[in-house]
Structures are given as structure tokens and as C-alpha cells.
Design a protein around this ligand. Structure first.
Ligand code: FAD
Length: 289
């Protein structure tokens, strides 16, 4: 399993990186941490003639709070940067909580937020919690820039709406009313396993009433999926265990799981039902976004 030959560029600016991607078109591939790209190249699933690395783009590594904008996570932030971020521990502990459940240290020290998004695997662990927190992404391309809701980035398994010359630069978590959030996943091993199913929940609770809820499911559809019927069902209702269990059933009805070697569709539906109830309860009880 040797890597095929390729030409390698590591530009010092985002503009230059976009230009290179535009210039080489279909021959080129952007590489960030390489935990997906290099594995695919070794397995002969991908053979780009040109790799454009964004490893030198220091401005994409930040995790900071920008007043009026929110928490800004650079696309080159690694999973372990999320795990050990004091800012995230204080403001959104559910994000390090999700990152901790990913892979193992070696991958968490290389894999990045941008790569986890653009790889667009339905079982990816970061998109659900980021979507539950209403994240947007900033995208820069050879012809300009744009921002959009993270949930609108995904178009299907392994596909996104990004043009080949576009780079995600930032993920932005806006200031919000949500009072708690969490992500739970079930994998076939206690650590280092992809999600068989996962559920992220963000809740806004006031005086025991669910003012708002966002529920996002992973590995049970072609893309990370909102459980919108369950969210609507919860809104304005007094919180009880029965209510959360009913929301779980509704989420299980909404998801679109497949049968594969890791689990049956029916088993995945059951996981969604249980994890929706549990993640809502955890987000409610911990009362910390
Ligand atoms: C052993 C192993 C275990 C794993 N476990 C998990 C797990 O538990 N949970 C999980 O979710 N994932 C897991 N992964 C998958 C992988 O580690 C993550 O998806 C990682 O976040 C990818 O980031 P990267 O920087 O390495 O991406 P790369 O491999 O560099 O790139 C992946 C894709 O994203 C594109 N890309 C990267 N950054 C950007 C950007 N800023 N803008 C535009 N396009 C970009 C690349 O062109 C490529 O198409 C695992 C992988 C391995 C090998």
C-alpha cells in the first residue's frame, strides 16, 4: 500500500491555495490533516496528481470568541484542539465532549474540523453537535467567499455543496438562547469506533418548559439529519420523562437508517429512540450549553 506519485504544494495564503485548486481543477485535492485523504490514496480510492496542503495557514487554527459573531473555530483546528480548548470547555463543553469520542489520540492529533465536515461521512461525529448549535461555515473560493448554515453544506454521503476550489475557513457558533447541549454516540467498541448511530441535542429550557430544541442524528441517513418533527413536538411543552421518550420515538420514525455490516436499520432506529431521550435529558439536566 504505497502512495502514488503526486506534486505537493503548501501555500502560505488562502488566496494562493484557492488559486492552485482552481488552476489544477480535477487533478488536485486539498489535504488538511490527511487522515481521510491519505488513507484513500493508499487504498487506491483516490489518485490526485496534485495535493494542496493547507497546513501552513495559521489563521485557520484559531479557536476564539468574537463579540457579535460568536465562537469561531478555524477549519484547521484539530480534534484534540477542541478536546483541550479552555474556551470551548467554558462556553460549549458539548463540542470537546463530541471530539473526545472520536477515533484515538493519533487521529485526533491530525484530523481537523474542516476535514471532518467536507469528508461528509454520514457517521461523522462533529457535524451533529455543531448543527445542533446552529453553526454556520465561512467558505472562501477562487471567485469570492460565502457563508451558509452547516446543515446546508451536506448534499449526500461523501458529498457537499463546495466547489473544488472552495475552502472552509471557519465554523461559527453564534451566541444563542440554548441552555444545554450534548452528543451521544454508539460504536461497536468503547473507543476508536465510528458511530453506528449518534444523536446531538441542544435545548432551551425555562421554568421546566422546553422553549426550543434541536436534535441532529448521525449515521442514520445520507447526511446528518435534523429530527424536525421531534423538535416541533417538544416546543412549548412541560418537560417530563414521558415527553422525552415520545420525542425519541418520533426521531426514530424520522431517521432513514440502512442495514449494513455494523448494524441493522431496526437496531439503529432503536438507538436513535433511546439516545434522543438520553441526550435531551442530559442537555436539560446539565444546563450548560
Ligand atoms: C482510524 C481512523 C478513525 C477515525 N475515527 C473517526 C471517528 O471516530 N469519528 C469521525 O467523525 N471520524 C473519524 N475518522 C475520520 C477522520 O479522522 C475525520 O473525518 C477527520 O476529521 C478528517 O480530517 P482531516 O483534516 O484529516 O481531513 P483530510 O483527510 O485532510 O481531508 C478530508 C476531506 O476534506 C477535504 N477538506 C479538508 N479540509 C478542508 C477545508 N478546510 N475546506 C475544504 N475541504 C477540506 C479534503 O479535500 C478531503 O476531501 C477516522 C479516521 C481514521 C483513519
Amino acid at each position: 500500500m504505497y502512495l502514488p506519485d503526486f506534486e505537493y504544494f503548501a501555500p502560505d495564503s488562502i488566496g494562493e491555495a484557492c488559486q492552485l485548486l482552481s488552476q489544477f481543477g480535477a487533478k488536485a485535492k486539498l489535504i488538511s490533516g490527511g487522515t481521510d485523504v491519505l488513507v484513500k490514496m493508499k487504498n487506491e480510492l483516490l489518485a490526485p496528481e496534485v495535493l494542496v496542503s493547507i497546513k501552513n495557514l495559521e489563521e485557520l487554527k484559531k479557536i476564539e470568541y468574537v463579540p457579535g459573531k460568536g465562537v469561531v473555530i478555524g477549519a484547521r483546528a484539530k480534534h484534540n484542539d477542541l478536546v483541550y480548548s479552555e474556551l470551548l470547555a467554558k462556553r460549549y463543553p458539548s463540542i470537546p465532549g463530541a471530539a473526545k469520542q472520536m477515533a484515538h489520540n493519533q487521529i485526533r492529533n491530525s484530523g481537523t474540523v474542516g476535514g471532518n465536515i467536507v469528508n461528509a461521512v454520514p457517521s461523522a461525529d462533529l457535524p451533529p453537535i455543531l448543527i445542533a448549535l446552529s453553526a454556520t461555515v465561512h467558505i472562501v473560493g477562487a471567485k469570492g467567499s460565502r457563508s451558509l448554515a452547516l446543515e446546508d453544506v451536506f448534499t449526500g454521503p461523501n458529498t457537499t455543496c463546495l466547489a473544488p476550489d472552495e475552502i472552509i475557513t471557519e465554523v461559527i457558533i453564534p451566541d444563542q438562547k440554548m441552555t444545554g447541549s450534548t452528543y451521544m454516540k454508539f460504536g461497536l467498541r468503547a473507543a476508536g469506533a465510528l458511530a453506528v448511530a449518534g444523536v446531538a441535542a441542544a435545548v432551551w429550557v425555562e421554568n421546566g418548559v422546553m422553549k426550543d430544541a434541536r436534535i441532529v442524528m448521525s449515521a442514520v441517513g445520507p447526511t446528518p439529519m435534523r429530527a424536525k418533527k421531534a423538535e416541533d413536538f417538544l416546543k412549548g411543552k412541560k418537560i417530563t420523562d414521558e415527553l422525552l421518550a415520545e420525542a425519541g420515538k418520533k426521531a426514530a420514525e424520522e431517521c432513514k437508517p440502512i442495514d449494513d455490516y455494523r448494524a441493522s436499520a431496526e437496531y439503529r432506529r432503536n438507538l436513535v429512540s433511546v439516545f434522543t431521550k438520553r441526550s435531551l435529558r442530559k442537555a436539560i439536566d446539565e444546563g450548560h450549553v
